[in-house]
Write a protein that binds this ligand. Structure first.
Ligand SMILES: [Zn+2]
Ligand SMILES: [Zn+2]
Length: 328
């Protein structure tokens, strides 16, 4: 099979020919049809996240059809369409796994980080962490659901059920999915983009935002909560200033530049800051049930597999509307 491989952080991915991976016990082999390009992949490639098992095939928004079953796989058939997300393994016995917080597992395995991912023609995955993807949406459209959708959904849950006025900082793949869910739940969406990014602001309005503006602007009203998807630490105090007393600021990204110091009074009034780490399989079941009902439509830009570096570059430079997706 062909795969795009990260040999060393800071270097471009290499197109290599590898033997087809065979499914071990409990694993499925999947022919990758689409794999989303997530900001986390950029952080792995750049070495901001430095626990990658190298060399590694990145990619954790995988959609494809099962081509082989390992021993003992239950509940999946050959030919079935599945999605493979970021959480590829959890130990099942640490305090977090036992209490239902497997997203915080002490010994996790993440797809495209410690476990070879979807920037390839074939991949194998632990069947217990794969999800059936029935439904009419295309493979390319579904791929961003597997991380941007799931993490976005978890971030929205952390914003609180009574959050009526929701701010979203950074309007890319995750945000455009979250905005659709929030609108479906009859919440108001206020979108913040890089100053002057009128294309992203127009996109946000098209996706149902009530207001869109620059990240250094004050929204027209106090927000109940804000989710930060852009990996920019200075947005934390900006978002704190935008939320009301008791409001919540959710950091939805896995890596962020340093957060500058800020005066206590913008946190005062029982405002909260929290991060969202990874996902649980229950998040995936909940989101993958909800998304087709809305239905969530995903804006994607497709790239052939060998152009993975170009896709990463487009994401890095902000030249994407929606989500980049590789088509092996
Ligand atoms: Zn665990
Ligand atoms: Zn991701």
């Amino acid at each position: 099979m062909k795969a795009m491989v990260l040999e060393k952080p800071g270097q471009p991915l290499q197109l290599v020919e590898r033997p087809d991976p065979l499914p071990g016990p409990g694993q499925v082999q999947v022919a990758v049809s689409a794999c989303g390009v997530c900001r986390t992949d950029l952080h792995v490639v750049d070495g901001d996240l430095n626990e990658a098992r190298l060399p590694i095939i990145p990619g954790h928004e995988i959609v494809g059809k099962i081509t082989a079953l390992g021993d003992g796989v239950d509940g999946f058939d050959i030919g079935e369409r599945v999605g493979i997300p970021w959480l590829g393994y959890s130990c099942g016995c640490c305090r977090y796994c036992v209490s239902g917080d497997e997203n915080l597992c002490d010994e996790p395995g993440f797809t495209g980080y410690q476990i070879d991912g979807g920037y390839a023609e074939l991949t194998v995955a632990d069947a217990r962490y794969c999800f059936a993807l029935p439904g009419p949406q295309s493979d390319a459209e579904s791929a961003p659901w597997l991380c941007a959708g799931l993490i976005g959904y978890r971030s929205l849950m952390m914003a609180g059920e009574d959050c009526q006025r929701l701010g979203i900082y950074g309007f890319g793949a995750a945000a455009h999915i979250v905005a659709q869910i929030a609108r479906y739940q009859q919440r108001e969406v206020y979108a913040f983009t890089s100053p002057g990014d009128t294309a992203a602001q127009a996109f946000a309005l098209e996706m149902g935002a009530l207001w869109a503006g620059d990240s250094n602007q004050t929204p027209p009203c106090d927000l109940d909560a804000a989710i930060i998807f852009a990996p920019v630490g200075s947005l934390v105090p900006a978002a704190l200033r935008a939320v009301r007393k008791g409001g919540i600021v959710v950091c939805g990204g896995i890596h962020m530049s340093e957060i500058p110091s800020f005066p206590y009074h913008i946190l005062w009034g029982e405002r909260m800051i929290r991060s969202v780490a990874n996902l649980t399989r229950q998040d995936a079941l909940d989101f993958l049930t909800l998304a087709p009902q809305i239905p969530v439509r995903t804006r994607v830009e497709e790239f052939p597999l060998h152009q993975a570096n170009e896709a990463l570059h487009a994401l890095r430079s902000g030249n994407l509307t929606g989500a980049a997706v590789l088509r092996p």
